[in-house]
Design a protein around this ligand. Structure first.
Ligand code: HEM
Length: 449
């Protein structure tokens, strides 16, 4: 298929080494390498990273891949293959084509704004419990603290009151599972090779399955009348009126355990860090929190008035998008709106990190400046210059949930504490499955009067 009016062009890129292409340069410094390539070669950069690879850095091209011609751009086989599904379940994340569309249509209502707002109390209760543990002057690892909080939130959201009993065992199993995923993605050894972490992973999955299947059975026995996410998944219906099998519900629950906390934890960590480094922005943020909330815990009714908090979050996710890259594969050759020709089989890199730091769309890109997200500023920018949640039919289904959880958490923390960076640390983003601080971020917490 061909599209756009621009003349055909051949994408350019830096010279690579024979056989290994750009793989060594990419692995050595993924963020730096891709950013430098985009700065030098512009809209579309041609690379060889395993296969012919195209980094897209033009918002119209990104829109083309995600929204205009998505049927030509499949998800990476690493995710959708049998072994990918074995790791992540046959849920929304790994299904493709008609199966994905069917599953997505059925699950969408479970993630409508109004529905996810019913989980706000779980979130504010979780953060209040965490803050009760904090004492003035205490030092914490922000990343670890936010990860623990977000993990508990997704478990509570999914399992409701069943979670209390299962919490410690589930948290441990989810953590083992996350470590194993990273091991598989970043280890040079194949997945089938015996390893201690592989054994721990299989044990953790048996534990997760046991808990999830028990929770499914107990809900089925009472017609899934609860308000937790699992009950809502059990009540969800396809167009023909049927619901999911136990196995499908289990797969979707596992998908949500995978997707529903790490990204949020990182957004919370980076935002708190950025606020600690920008006193004027922090002051404006705190003044909105005090004015809108006073000493009352935030609730969903407050969200429309916490506009500056929303801008701070959006700007933090611009600089440190938790999903810093995602990948597609071109099924057939195509011409992009920028004019670049994409051959069949090429890998497509869509990197919010790189796009969000492009001066053409975000002048002075390294500067933390929430004013980039006023309604006027947003309208003036190309739509896909900012795409932290992806786009099109596969846009993040948890976007409302994530934003709500992040704003409720950040404002509830700000009511009671400020954080300051413990001196002597180098804060470096580490592009793993998601974008996290390499050595954590140690902060001191200060109780506000
Ligand atoms: C700041 C937090 C989050 C960020 C930055 C984020 C980002 C993304 C992105 C970029 C995608 C699209 C990936 C692609 O097209 O290949 C995605 C998909 C997805 N996200 Fe999120 N996400 C976040 C939070 C959440 C939460 C809280 C949940 C669930 C409760 C969730 C569930 C999902 C699912 C199930 C998909 C797959 C959707 C599909 O393919 O139809 N995400 N997310």
């Amino acid at each position: 298929m061909s599209s756009g009016n621009k003349a055909e062009s051949t994408a350019r890129g830096p010279a690579g080494y024979p056989f290994v292409g750009h793989l060594p340069a990419f692995l050595y410094d993924q963020l730096g390498f891709l950013s430098r390539c985009a700065a030098e070669y512009g809209d579309v950069v041609k690379l060889t990273i395993g296969e012919p690879t195209y980094l897209l850095n033009n918002p119209e091209d990104v829109k083309h891949v995600l929204v205009v011609n998505p049927d030509n751009y499949g998800k990476s086989p690493r995710m959708t293959s049998v072994s990918g599904k074995r790791l992540s379940g046959s849920g929304l994340l790994t299904s493709v084509g008609a199966a994905h569309l069917k599953q997505r249509r059925m699950m969408q209502p479970v993630f409508y704004r109004k529905t996810v707002e019913s989980f706000s109390h779980t979130i504010t209760t979780g953060v209040a419990t965490m803050l009760d543990r904090w004492t003035d002057g205490m030092q914490i690892d922000l990343g670890r603290e936010m990860m623990g909080l977000a993990q508990k939130n997704i478990v509570k959201t999914l399992l409701g009151s069943d979670a209390d009993q299962e919490m410690p065992s589930l948290l441990e199993a989810i953590t083992v599972r996350r470590r194993y995923m990273e091991h598989v993605f970043f280890s040079p050894f194949p997945q089938w090779m015996p390893s201690r972490i592989g054994m721990a992973y299989r044990k953790a999955m048996r534990r997760i399955d046991g808990i999830v299947y028990r929770a499914i059975q107990s809900r089925r026995a009472r017609s899934a009348d609860g308000e937790d996410l699992l009950s809502r998944l059990l009540r969800a219906r396809y167009d023909d009126g049927t619901g999911m099998t136990d196995q499908q519900v289990r797969d979707e629950a596992v998908t949500l355990f995978i997707t529903g906390y790490e990204t949020i934890a990182e957004a919370l960590t980076w935002t708190s860090y950025l606020l600690s480094q920008h006193p004027e922005i922090e002051a404006a943020f705190l003044s909105e929190v005090d004015e809108v909330l006073g000493r009352r815990l935030p609730s969903v009714e407050d969200l429309p008035r916490l506009t500056y908090a929303g801008m701070v979050l959006a700007e933090s996710i611009r600089l440190y998008p938790p999903t810093w890259i995602f990948i597609r594969v071109a099924l057939e050759g195509d011409k992009l709106p920028s004019g670049a020709i994409i051959p069949a089989g090429a890998k497509i890199y869509l990197s919010p990190y790189v796009m969000h730091r492009t001066p053409r769309y975000f002048p002075d890109p390294e500067r933390f400046n929430p004013e980039r997200f006023t309604e006027t500023a947003k309208k003036e920018r190309a739509q896909f210059a900012y795409f932290p949640f992806g786009g099109g039919a596969r846009v993040c289904i948890g976007e409302h949930f994530a934003k709500m959880e992040a704003i409720l958490t950040l404002t509830a923390i700000a009511q009671r504490f400020r954080v300051s960076l413990v001196p002597g640390q180098a804060i470096v983003p580490d592009p793993k499955m998601t974008l996290r601080p390499k050595n954590g971020i140690k902060v001191q917490v200060h109780r506000r009067n």
